[in-house]
Design a protein around this ligand. Structure first.
Ligand SMILES: [Zn+2]
Length: 303
C-alpha cells in the first residue's frame, strides 16, 4: 500500500514537471534566423522606413509562469498590437489584433482593457497601406482583417501565406466568411524575402504553421526583428525558456511545434549576444513595449 502511494506521488510530480516546468532549449541552433542573409537582401535599399508605429488595441495581465516556465506568480502585462512601417515609398501594416468581443472572450484578468479608437485606427490603416501582413494566424492577430466590414476594399493588398489563409474562416464574423478572403491567392514566403525597402519577411513555423518573422532596418540604421509569438515575454529569450506545455491543451489549437519554438528561442538568445544592438520585438510584452516607446524605438499609435 505504501509503495502504491509513493508511486502515485512520483507520477504526479513527474506529470507536474512535464506540464509546468520542462522547458529545455537545445545547446545550439544554427541558421534558424540568418541576420546576415536578411541584411544582404536590403543592402542596396534606399528609402528605408523612417518610422515604426505600434497600435495597442488592448491590454491585459497574465500570470508570469504561463508566459515563461518557472517565472513565478507575479502578473505579466500583455498587449494586443499591430505595426505600421512607413518608408517614403511604401507603407506596410503587420497584424490584425483583436476586436472587442474577442478581447473580452480571451481576457485573463479583471484588468483587461480594449481601446475601440485604436482598433478603428488599425482597421482604417488598411486603406492607406500598400501591403498588409500578419505575424501568424492566431485569433488575436487577425480580427481587424477577418471581421472588417469591407475586406474586399483591401484584399488585393493582403499578403498572407497558405497556412495563414487556411485559418481565417475560423475567425469570420457571425455573418460568415468574406468571399474576398476565401478566394485570396496565397503569398508564398518559403525563404527570406525582401518585401519593402529595408524590410525582410522570413518563415518561422513553430508557434503556428504560418508564423513569420520580419527584419527591419530604419533609416537611422536601427535594426529590428519582429518575432510574433515565438515568445510572449522578452525575458524568455534571455532565460532560454518557453511557455509551459500545459498551454498546448488549453490555448493552442493546433498545438505548437514545441521543439521548434525552443530551437528558435535558443537562436534568438544567441543572436542577442552576437547582435546586442538589434531590437527583438515580440507581439505581446506590455512592459517591454512601454520601454521601446519611451526610448523612441517605436512610436505609439498609427498615423
Ligand atoms: Zn499566437
Amino acid at each position: 500500500m505504501k509503495n502504491i502511494f509513493a508511486g502515485i506521488i512520483i507520477i504526479l510530480a513527474l506529470a507536474s514537471w512535464w506540464l509546468l516546468f520542462d522547458s529545455r532549449a537545445p545547446k545550439s541552433a544554427e541558421d534558424v534566423f540568418d541576420i546576415t542573409a536578411y541584411r544582404a537582401l536590403i543592402a542596396n535599399d534606399q528609402d528605408l522606413p523612417a518610422k515604426i508605429n505600434v497600435e495597442i488595441v488592448g491590454t491585459d495581465e497574465l500570470s508570469k509562469f504561463l508566459t515563461e516556465t518557472s517565472a513565478g506568480f507575479s502578473k505579466h502585462p500583455l498587449y494586443y498590437t499591430a505595426f505600421q512601417i512607413t518608408s517614403p515609398t511604401m507603407v506596410t501594416v503587420i497584424g490584425g489584433a483583436v476586436d472587442g468581443p474577442t478581447a473580452t472572450e480571451i481576457s485573463q484578468s479583471d484588468k483587461a482593457t480594449f481601446d475601440a479608437a485604436a482598433y478603428e485606427r488599425l482597421k482604417n490603416s488598411y486603406a492607406d497601406a500598400d501591403q498588409i501582413f500578419i505575424t501568424h494566424e492566431h485569433l488575436d492577430h487577425v480580427m481587424a482583417i477577418t471581421r472588417h466590414p469591407a475586406p474586399e476594399s483591401f484584399a488585393p493588398k493582403l499578403k498572407l501565406t497558405a497556412p495563414q489563409i487556411a485559418a481565417l474562416p475560423r475567425y469570420a464574423p457571425a455573418s460568415g466568411p468574406s468571399s474576398a478572403l476565401a478566394s485570396l491567392p496565397p503569398f508564398e514566403i518559403l525563404e527570406p524575402m525582401r518585401i519593402a525597402p529595408g524590410v525582410v519577411a522570413a518563415p518561422a513555423a513553430g508557434h503556428s504553421p504560418g508564423s513569420l518573422v520580419f527584419f527591419v532596418r530604419r533609416d537611422d540604421g536601427q535594426e529590428y526583428l519582429f518575432i510574433g509569438d515565438i515568445v510572449w515575454a522578452i525575458s524568455n529569450i534571455k532565460r532560454l525558456r518557453t511557455r509551459p506545455r500545459l498551454l498546448q491543451y488549453f490555448f493552442f489549437d493546433p498545438s505548437e511545434d514545441r521543439e521548434e519554438v525552443l530551437r528558435q528561442v535558443r537562436a534568438l538568445h544567441d543572436i542577442t549576444l552576437q547582435e546586442p544592438d538589434l531590437i527583438i520585438v515580440p507581439d505581446h510584452d506590455g512592459a517591454y513595449f512601454q520601454r521601446l516607446i519611451d526610448e523612441g524605438a517605436l512610436e505609439s499609435g498609427f498615423n
